[in-house]
Design a protein around this ligand. Structure first.
Ligand code: ZN
Ligand code: ZN
Length: 206
């Protein structure tokens, strides 16, 4: 089955909307970006025969990110999607077998250009949804081939070893080139602060 036949666009978008929870410009843009990126590396069946060779590196955590996941079938849990937080509406699509990779970036001008397609639609949100469905790739994106080096232990099928942190005692997955006796939160600081001194009931640490 060819998953990415352009005539399937509505079906692909519907699935993305189902996963994401609502129809928004980001869903349409994300679906278009995925189709553009997969086309750029010659992958037409991302959830079928091509599923083990596809990797997506996404640079933003916005609505479009869910669309990228829905269309490509790649996810953090499968390690086939990487999140590199650049805050850019951009993603790189990579064929792990050939090493071929294409980075696709949404053009800022497309937001304003959408109005030219449907000047009669006053609501910018609705206007973008409709325009992004039909605007040509060249107006929505620019893309270029890139070279990406994925460390062996970050590949989708990798089984990295684990170690116990000498400071906090918690277990963590090892990464090549990283410390093997201190976890990353103990080394670099953590996103959370412990509040157990406030008296909340917590499970005891082993
Ligand atoms: Zn959304
Ligand atoms: Zn630690």
């Amino acid at each position: 089955m060819r998953t990415l036949n352009i005539s399937d666009f509505d079906t692909i978008l519907q699935e993305s909307v189902r996963v994401h929870g609502h129809l928004c410009p980001g869903q349409v843009l994300g679906v278009r970006m995925a189709i553009c990126g997969l086309g750029g590396i010659g992958i037409d069946d991302p959830k079928g025969k091509d599923r083990k060779k596809l990797l997506v590196i996404v640079e933003v955590d916005r609505c479009a990110t869910d669309a990228l996941q829905s269309v490509t079938g790649c996810s953090l849990g499968k390690r086939s999607m990487k999140f590199v937080d650049y805050g850019k509406m951009a993603a790189t699509f990579m064929d792990l077998e050939t090493g071929r990779a294409v980075r696709v970036v949404a053009k800022e001008e497309a937001r304003a250009q959408a109005r030219d397609y449907f000047p009669e639609i006053g609501n910018q949100y609705v206007c973008q949804i409709e325009a992004y469905k039909i605007m040509p790739d060249e107006e929505l994106f620019y893309s270029e081939p890139v070279a990406v080096k994925i460390p062996e232990d970050e590949m989708p099928g990798a089984r990295p070893g684990r170690a116990r942190c000498a400071r906090c005692g918690e277990w963590f997955y090892l990464r090549s080139g990283h410390c093997t006796h201190l976890c990353r939160s103990c080394r670099k600081g953590s996103y959370y602060t412990r509040v157990s001194s406030l008296g909340e009931a917590l499970c005891e640490k082993p």
